[in-house]
Structure formats: C-alpha cells, structure tokens
Ligand binder design. Structure first.
Ligand SMILES: Cc1cc2nc3c(=O)[nH]c(=O)nc-3n(C[C@H](O)[C@H](O)[C@H](O)COP(=O)(O)OP(=O)(O)OC[C@H]3O[C@@H](n4cnc5c(N)ncnc54)[C@H](O)[C@@H]3O)c2cc1C
Length: 415
C-alpha cells in the first residue's frame, strides 16, 4: 500500500469537510441504490447517501471522484502549463446556421455532436439541457436528433449532474449495444474518463467525451438573482436561457404570458452569476477539460476582464483536439461539411481567456493557504501547478494566498 494511501471513508469525509464536491453526479450514477442527487442551499447539486456503500464501492468511487483530485499525463502531446495536453487547436463554427446561432459560441460542440450521430460513431448524446421543472435549472438529456441537440445548445450557468444515470446508460449499452457521446463540464469529463479507465464496459458505452472551458458553476440563487435583476421571479418564468441565440447572446427570461426580458452576458455572468460560483470551482486545476477528446470554448477578442470587445457577432468556437481520436473526429466533421475551421495560434489563448489564465496561475497559492488552514484540498497530478504559479509575480501569488487564507479561517456559515 503506498504511504500516501487515503482510506476511502476518510476520503469521503474530506469531501464534505473541504466543501469539495463539484456536483457531477458520478457517485449517484455508479451507486443509484445508495446515493441520490439533491438540491441543497444555496442551490447546488449534492449527493445524499441513502444506504451504506461497501468498502469496495467506496474505493471505486474514491478513485474517480473529481472532488478528490485529478490526474493527467501528456503522453507525448504538447502540454502548455495553463491549457493542458492537446494535439491541435483551431477556431471554427457549425455550418448549420441554426446550430451556430443556438450555440454558446460558434455551435462547435453541437455540430460535432450532430456529426457523431449522423456518421454513426455513436447512437445518442448524453448532454445537459434546461430542466422541465426549474427554468433556471438543468437536467441530463439524451439526444438523437439535430433538433434535440439544437434545443440543448448554449451554456447553462447552473448546477448540472450529467453523470447521475451512468449505471443505467452502461446497462443499456450492454443490453442493446447503444453507444453514447458525452458532453459535460471538465469535472464531469474527468470523472467519466477515470471511470472508463476503471471499467471496460463504461469505456465501450462512451467512446467519445467532449467538454468545454469552464469558469465555475453558479448556484440556483445566482439564477434567481438574475431573474430579480430582470424584474421578475421564478414563479413568473416559463423558460430561461443563460446564453446562446447569438454570440455571446443574452440571458433571457420568457414569462408565462410570453413577455421577454433580457440582460447582457457582461451583466448576467460578470455582474451576478460569477459571484455565486461554488468553492470547488475556485480551486479547480482543470477549467479546460483535459480529460476530454475534444473541448470547445469562446474564441472572442476580450477585454482585461474576459468580456468580448464587441456587442454581438456570428459565433466562433475555439476547438481543441486533446487526443488522436478527437483530432480524427474533427477532421471527419470538417470533411463532412459539419464544421468550418481556421488555424489558431495557441500563444493567443492567454490573452483571450484571462479568467482561466488567472485562476490557474493563482491556484498553487490558494491551495497552499487552504492546506495551512487545515482544509482538505483536491490532489492534482500532472496539472503543472508550479509551472503555472511561476507565471505570476510573487506579489499576486501572495495576494491570492492571503485572500484564500482569510476566507478559510473565517467561521463557516451553516446552511
Ligand atoms: C458553467 C460554465 C462555465 C463556462 N466557462 C467558460 C470559460 O471560462 N471560458 C470559455 O471560453 N467558455 C466557457 N464556457 C463554455 C462556453 O460558454 C461554450 O460552451 C463554449 O464556447 C462552446 O460553445 P459551443 O457553441 O461550441 O457549444 P454549444 O454548441 O452551445 O454546446 C454546449 C454544450 O454544453 C452543454 N452544457 C451547457 N451547459 C452545461 C452545464 N451546465 N453542464 C453540462 N453541460 C452543459 C450542452 O448540453 C451543449 O451540448 C462555460 C460554460 C459553462 C456551462
């Protein structure tokens, strides 16, 4: 047994003590009879244990849970400290104007997902769409048509647990041979990739994993605050889009009587939602989906705070192939006419993704402060924390260290 072995039960306790859960739902997906996902104040998705796990089940879960950490190896790929391993980077967009318009940026993800189905690479997509019950919430959806993919397109800045039904999907694959592509947050992709490494049936059920750059998951309280700023309430809202339908598109609430109220991305994400991001995301070493085959992001020219320097434009996605499979699928989608791409210089990425850049550079300082305060932290392997921190001036690292230390020592609010 390695000297740093953490017994699973202790690992589970440290997730709670450190407020480390990202809410991906992998635990509930693996053990649906013992774990359910619940909404907890201030509106995050968290697991609730309804029955005991065996020590072996706990070990299985502890080995894949992204709350506890993440591992990545470059395996011969280019591996810049801030962005992780990749084989190719480009910009691009869906050629289908409806997918491009509905998409958060250029509809790159939606076009690739649509292509995977049309080309017979997979039979269905496991993705996230608006919740039927909570307009500002999310639910896992399984899509098999272009129209279903279009409806689920656009970023939803709210909690999602897309791995919540993982065991059922793997069982379905074993029964019928159905194969899925998965798209989710980087933490979702990391959990699924770790499970694929652990379990051949899951790997066969999910031959392709896609993700997107992620600055963090805001709570439902954040979504309600956007509604309040729009002068409306949840009860009055029939449907809500956080983004998309343009680039960057507006946060848009449609009332039961059809009235529409909208707010810019700058005001909704920058002014409200980003203030409601969960703790785990503030100490995330993987905002860029290092475990996925393909990742998309916004390829906009941004100001110093990360907001587009233009009002609205036809969407353009940054498209990153992280694996040989990812590169091959992108090339196939391009040949099939599903996406158009242009070359992109990776050196430009730090300037257009300032939020990701600053979080990665500050991470080592933040984790060090939490450790000093006795708070559990995720364990990261291969994510180049030192190399990223060295890109920050000492004063900025110190400021992040002291800021996080002050927060960690502050008495914690009980919900
Ligand atoms: C919480 C969050 C934070 C983000 N932070 C950044 C960032 O810092 N920098 C950046 O460049 N981009 C960020 N994005 C991603 C960005 O908004 C676009 O998703 C990306 O540009 C890809 O656009 P697209 O048009 O190719 O995707 P689309 O074609 O619109 O497809 C988006 C896909 O993401 C899925 N999805 C949407 N919301 C969720 C969710 N909450 N959980 C799981 N899956 C979801 C949908 O099911 C859909 O398949 C973030 C997205 C989210 C949800």
């Amino acid at each position: 047994m390695p000297s740093d072995f953490t017994p699973p039960a202790a690992a589970l306790a440290s997730i709670q003590k450190g407020d480390l859960c990202a809410g991906c739902g992998a635990c509930a997906g693996l053990f649906p009879d013992q774990i359910k996902m619940d909404q907890t104040p201030p509106g995050y998705l968290r697991p609730r244990q309804t029955d005991a796990l065996s020590p072996q089940q706990e070990a299985t879960f502890a080995a894949i849970c992204p709350a506890l950490g993440q591992k990545v190896a470059p395996d011969g790929r280019q591996d810049p400290a801030l962005w992780g391993p990749y084989t190719e980077m480009m910009t691009g967009h869906a050629t289908d104007p409806a997918l491009r318009h509905a998409g958060a940026s250029g509809g790159g993800l939606s076009a690739l997902l649509d292509h995977l189905i049309k080309a017979g690479v997979v039979d269905a997509i496991v993705q996230t769409g608006a919740s039927a019950e909570l307009p500002i919430g999310n639910e896992m959806v399984i899509s098999t048509t272009t129209e279903a993919i279009r409806v689920a397109a656009g970023s939803r800045y709210a909690p999602s647990a897309p791995l919540e039904h993982l065991a059922a999907q793997v069982a379905e694959h074993l029964e019928s041979g159905r194969r899925f592509a998965f798209v989710g947050k980087p933490c979702d992709a990391a959990a699924l990739r770790a499970r694929c490494t652990q379990d051949a049936d899951t790997a066969a059920a999910f031959p392709v994993i896609l993700s997107f750059f992620c600055a963090g998951v805001p709570s439902h309280t954040g979504g309600e605050a956007v509604l309040a700023a729009l002068g409306t309430t949840l009860a009055e809202t029939a449907s809500f889009r956080f983004r998309g339908n343009g680039w960057p598109g507006q946060a848009t609430a449609i009332a039961h009587d059809g009235t529409e109220r909208a707010m810019s991305y700058h005001d909704s994400w920058g002014g409200i939602l980003s203030k409601h991001v969960q703790h785990r995301c503030k100490i995330c070493a993987d905002g860029t989906g290092v475990a996925a085959d393909i990742v998309c992001a916004d390829a906009w020219e941004s100001d110093a705070a990360g907001y587009p320097v233009f009002e609205e434009a036809p969407g353009i996605s940054l498209i990153v192939a992280r694996t040989a499979l990812g590169a091959e699928l992108i090339a196939q989608a391009r040949s099939a006419g599903a996406i158009e791409t242009d070359p992109f210089d990776p050196e430009a990425l730090a300037a257009i993704q300032p939020g990701q850049r600053e979080r990665r550079r500050a991470l080592l300082a933040r984790l060090s402060a939490l450790k000093l305060a006795g708070r559990p932290t995720p364990r990261y392997e291969g994510l180049q924390l030192w190399a990223a921190a060295r890109q920050n001036p000492l004063t900025r690292n110190l400021k992040n260290f002291l800021g996080m230390l002050r927060r960690a020592l502050r008495p914690r609010k009980t919900p």
